[in-house]
Design a protein around this ligand. Structure first.
Ligand SMILES: C[S@@+](CC[C@H](N)C(=O)[O-])C[C@H]1O[C@@H](n2cnc3c(N)ncnc32)[C@H](O)[C@@H]1O
Length: 406
């Protein structure tokens, strides 16, 4: 795969490795992963790559920023600069590398979908015509805050969510989005909090539905289709951002679960039930524990949509769940898939001391994985480690660790 060029490389926080050919990016990440996990695993960690590392993301979250114009010639020590009046600009895009308060006004991007830039242009033109201010991260002023676009890569369904602090002309916004994505579901979210997250206080539908469907196809080790799972995704629910490579990971985990043949699966940090639903036909019961309520509601609906009746959902923090609901060890399997921050030490300790024979850990952050392995390997030995490149052009990598009770 030849290098992909992007005029924003170096400034944009979206891609840190885009200057390297894809195979070199993977080799670099693999070497770093081996180094991070060297105290726990010395075998080679094979990486499953993304077949086509362009337009692979199924979701982007972009920021609107009203910001001081970046001047490459700016020199703090030059007295002339101190008296030059500040110029401001409006930007819509990913964060500038290393900055929380500035965005890159993106004019090209290889991550999401060929139509993304046309959508951003339509929204920029709409904001200008409506005289709407972009959010100023420092002063907390302005109306337009974030834009989320999500696409079912296997269903073609789209949802566009605009995060705002105040009212805006909904009709013209819908028209702007429809000019590029005629079939998109469109929502508005109000977010007046000071934190720079796309976490809304309220959400409402402007057109269509408040969710999209995504589908994953699970294959066996010969590549033959074994199972299909449909997911209903609301704007807030977690879903792996690279559907095609995630399918490979879910298929791989499924193959390992099939060999273990547990009666009961504890799917901890379960999101909208991806592992439980992928493996529901392989066990008597799955217990899915997730702390975000909308993801749990999606999970319950996902189970219904897929005709699955043996998954029980708990809306709870894993660290609370393990305190309140003792884990039944007989014929059980624990699947762990925590967020980037890793596990709460109390949760890691409870899993380590659970006595459950098999534990699978899926991690999006090798550093916190290594931290948690310090606790888990007091009672578990690692049987196998492999990785999946869900995040081409970034420094991130997904790791899968299989463990057995010592
Ligand atoms: C990496 S995602 C995995 C989701 C799911 N396993 C999947 O593959 O789609 C981590 C999930 O853990 C949830 N989460 C974060 N902290 C949690 C906690 N302390 N207890 C339970 N769930 C938590 C997040 O909301 C998120 O849905």
């Amino acid at each position: 795969m030849p290098n992909i060029s992007c005029k924003h490389f170096g400034k944009c926080g979206g891609c840190a490795l885009l200057n390297l050919p894809y195979a070199e990016q993977v080799a670099k990440k693999q070497a770093k992963l081996q180094e991070t996990l060297k105290d726990f695993w010395q075998g080679e960690i094979l990486v499953t790559v993304t077949d086509e590392p362009v337009n692979f993301r199924n979701k982007v979250e972009l920021g609107f920023c009203h910001q001081v114009k970046w001047r490459d010639d700016y020199d703090k020590k030059d007295p002339a600069n101190k008296t030059r009046p500040l110029e401001f600009e409006s930007a819509l895009g990913f964060k500038l590398r290393g900055r929380w308060d500035r965005a890159v006004d993106i004019e090209e991007c290889c991550l999401f979908n060929d139509k993304l830039i046309a959508l951003l242009d339509a929204i920029r033109a709409w904001a200008k015509a409506e005289n709407l201010e972009y959010y100023d991260q420092r002063k907390h002023t302005g109306v337009l805050r974030h834009l989320m676009v999500r696409e079912g890569k296997n269903t073609g369904e789209e949802i566009v969510v605009l995060f705002v602090t105040d009212d805006f002309n909904e009709k013209t916004f819908v028209q702007a989005v429809e000019s590029v994505f005629p079939n998109a579901n469109i929502m508005a979210a109000v977010n007046n909090g000071l934190a720079d997250t796309a976490a809304p206080e309220s959400l409402r539908v402007l057109k269509g539905k408040d969710f999209i469907l995504e589908r994953i196809f699970l294959t066996n080790e010969k590549g033959q289709k074994e199972r299909e799972v449909v997911f209903k995704l609301s704007p807030q629910s977690f879903f792996q951002t690279n559907t095609k490579t995630a399918q490979k990971m879910y298929s791989r985990v499924r193959a390992v679960v099939k060999k273990i043949a547990p009666k009961r699966i504890y799917d901890l940090y379960g999101g909208a039930g991806s592992f439980s639903l992928s493996c529901a036909d392989l066990c008597e019961k799955s217990i899915c524990v997730e702390s975000v309520a909308p993801a749990v509601y999606n999970g319950i609906e996902n189970a219904k949509i897929n005709g699955v009746s043996n998954v029980q959902f708990f809306c709870s923090k894993v660290e609370d769940f393990v305190k309140e609901q003792p884990i039944e060890r007989k014929d059980a399997l624990i699947i762990l898939d925590p967020p980037r921050g890793g596990m709460h030490p109390k949760a890691a300790k409870a899993v380590a001391e659970s006595g459950v024979e098999n534990v699978l850990y899926i991690s999006c952050n090798p550093v916190t994985l290594a931290n948690d392995l310090k606790i888990l390997t007091q009672h578990y030995e690692i049987l196998h480690v492999e990785a999946f490149d869900f995040f081409p052009h970034s420094e991130h990598i997904e790791t899968f660790v299989q463990m057995k009770l010592k």
